[in-house]
Ligand binder design. Structure first.
Ligand code: IPM
Ligand code: MN
Length: 360
C-alpha cells in the first residue's frame, strides 16, 4: 500500500528544495511506497488565482497520509491589513487540519558548527514543541483596527489546547533518551506565568498533565529567561513546550544555536494529519539559482517517514528515515559539499546528488 503524500512546492526556493527532497525520499523508500501528488498553494498561486489555498489542495491534504511543503511567501504580496498572503497558507492548513503540535528538533548534527563555542554534535539535542493552533495566533484576522489609532490581537489559551500539546510533549520525552547533560527525561514549560493570567493557566494545566508522567521531570522557564538558558546550557533541555508565539520565537533562536534555519526541520502534527517543511522561509532573493540548501526540507522529509512509520507500525519506513538522515549528515561531515548558509558554495543539485550517492 503506497502512502499518499501531497506536495505543495509553494514560492521562492520552495520548488527546488521540495523537489530535491522528493528525489531523496523516492530513493530511500522506493517509488512504489510513496505516491506523491503535487498541488498548488502560496503567494504565487494567489497572484494567479486569488486563492492562497485552493479547495482542491485542502481536500487533497485532508485525504492525504502526509503533506510535504517547500516554502511560501513573496515580498509585497500582502492582504489589505498588511499581513502576508504566503503565511496564510501555513496558517489555514494549521487551523483547518488542527495541527496542534509544531515539532521543532534542535539538534547539532555532524558537519555543522554551532555558533556557541565548544559544543559538539550530540551535546545539543532537544525538541521545541510549539502549540500551533491558538495562543497569540488564535485571533489572527479577528483583531481590532480602530481609526488608525488602535490595534489589538487577543491571546487565547484553552484547557483542551494546553492539555493535548503538553501530553504530546511528555509522550515525546518518554520516546527520547533524556537531556544530553544528565540523561534525564524532562519537559520544560516555557511561559510568562509570573505576569499574565493566560500563561499562569498554561503552566497550571501543564502541571496537571505532568502528574500523569512521574518518570518525566517537569521544569519551568520564563520566555525571556529561557533565551539565556538556550545559549548558556543548551544540553540541559530534552523537550520544551510553549504557547504559539513564544514557540515561534524561541524555535528560531534554537535553530540558530545548531546552525541556522537552513538545517531546521519541522513537523506540524494533529490527530489525523502531518505537515512537514523546513522551518525557513521562501528566500525569494536566491530562488531559481540552485543555491538554496535542501537540508531542512530533507530532514523534514525524514521526520515525515518517522511519523508515518510510527502511525502505521512500518519498520521499513523507520529504517528509510535513518538512511535519509545519515546520508545528509555524511555529506555534510565530508565537508566537500557545504551549502551557502553553512559558509560553503555547494549547489542544491550537487548536494542532492551527493545525498543520493551516499544512500546507494
Ligand atoms: C514559522 C513561520 C510561520 C509562523 C509563518 C510562515 C506563518 O514563522 O513557521 O515559524 O509565524 O508561524
Ligand atoms: Mn517562525
Amino acid at each position: 500500500m503506497a502512502y499518499k503524500i501531497v506536495t505543495i512546492d509553494g514560492d521562492g526556493i520552495g520548488p527546488e528544495v521540495n523537489q530535491a527532497t522528493i528525489r531523496v525520499l523516492r530513493e530511500a523508500c522506493g517509488s512504489d511506497r510513496l505516491e506523491f501528488s503535487a498541488f498548488d498553494g502560496g503567494a504565487g498561486h494567489y497572484l494567479r488565482s486569488g486563492e492562497v489555498l485552493p479547495a482542491d489542495t485542502l481536500q487533497a491534504c485532508r485525504d492525504s497520509d502526509a503533506i510535504l511543503h517547500g516554502a511560501a511567501g513573496l515580498p509585497g504580496v500582502v492582504y489589505p491589513d498588511g499581513t502576508e498572503v504566503g503565511n496564510d497558507l501555513h496558517l489555514r492548513l494549521r487551523f483547518k487540519l488542527d495541527l496542534f503540535a509544531n515539532v521543532r528538533p534542535i539538534r547539532l548534527i555532524k558537519g555543522v558548527t554551532s555558533p556557541l563555542t565548544g559544543w559538539q554534535p550530540g551535546q545539543i539535542d532537544y525538541v521545541i514543541v510549539r502549540e500551533n493552533t491558538e495562543g497569540l495566533y488564535a485571533s489572527r484576522g479577528g483583531g481590532v483596527r480602530l481609526r488608525d489609532e488602535l490595534a489589538t490581537d487577543t491571546l487565547v489559551v484553552t484547557r483542551r489546547g494546553i492539555e493535548r500539546v503538553t501530553r504530546f510533549s511528555f509522550e515525546l520525552s518518554r520516546s527520547r533518551r533524556g537531556a544530553p547533560r544528565d540523561g534525564k527525561r524532562r519537559v520544560t514549560v516555557c511561559d510568562k506565568a509570573n505576569i499574565l493570567n493566560t500563561y499562569a493557566f498554561f503552566r497550571a494545566v501543564s502541571t496537571e498533565v505532568a502528574a500523569g508522567y512521574p518518570d518525566v521531570e517537569i521544569d519551568y522557564a520564563y520566555a525571556d529567561a529561557i533565551t539565556v538558558h538556550m545559549i548558556k546550557k543548551p544540553d540541559f533541555y530534552d523537550v520544551i513546550v510553549a504557547e504559539n508565539m513564544f514557540g515561534d520565537i524561541i524555535s528560531d533562536l534554537g535553530a540558530a544555536t545548531v546552525g541556522g534555519l537552513g538545517v531546521a526541520s519541522s513537523a506540524e502534527l494533529g490527530e489525523n494529519h502531518g505537515l512537514f517543511q523546513g522551518a525557513h522561509g521562501s528566500a525569494p532573493d536566491i530562488a531559481g539559482q540552485d543555491v538554496a540548501s535542501p537540508i531542512a526540507t530533507m530532514l523534514s522529509g525524514a521526520l515525515m517517514l518517522r511519523w508515518l512509520a510510527e502511525r502505521h507500525q512500518d519498520k521499513r519506513l523507520l529504517a528509510d528515515a535513518t538512511r535519509v538522515e545519515t546520508a545528509v549528515e555524511t555529506v555534510l561531515a565530508q565537508g566537500q559539499l557545504v551549502p551557502a548558509d553553512q559558509g560553503g558554495s555547494a549547489r542544491c543539485s550537487e548536494f542532492t546528488e551527493a545525498v543520493l550517492r551516499a544512500m546507494r
